[in-house]
Design a protein around this ligand. Sequence first.
Ligand SMILES: [Zn+2]
Ligand SMILES: [Zn+2]
Length: 147
Amino acid sequence: MKNYNEKLVTYLRSINKKVTLEREEILNAVIKVATYADLKHFNAKDIYNQIKLIKSPLSIATVYRTLPMFAEAGIIAEIAKRKGKMIYELIRKEKHHDHLICCSCGKVTEFYNAEIEALQKKISKELEFDIIEHSHSIKGICKDCKK
Ligand SMILES: [Zn+2]
Ligand SMILES: [Zn+2]
């Protein structure tokens, strides 16, 4: 929690912006939403719904504007777009994983595959490319939606 606040302060300082009450409120909402297991992957609407619970006057437009800023700050990661809306997740110190995204119900499934990881490193090395980070998202139809 403190760590995320620090990241926000550091980032905003680097672009000569201030931590406003609005930005803090949105960050708190992101952390709350992301700690509910079923909303590990969320969009702006999910964050806005959380903000409405505390009867804040913040608009959804502000949430849409602020989340890309949090992604820049390294607080959340952009996973993929679904129906034109970005899906995010909170960046944690846990094992790296990639995602399967169902285009029908929106369910996001995480996976980790050592061979894919190794292959990505091999390809980058061959192309003399230094990886900073990577995200791998596969879109399709999940098992439940195929029934
Ligand atoms: Zn599905
Ligand atoms: Zn994830």
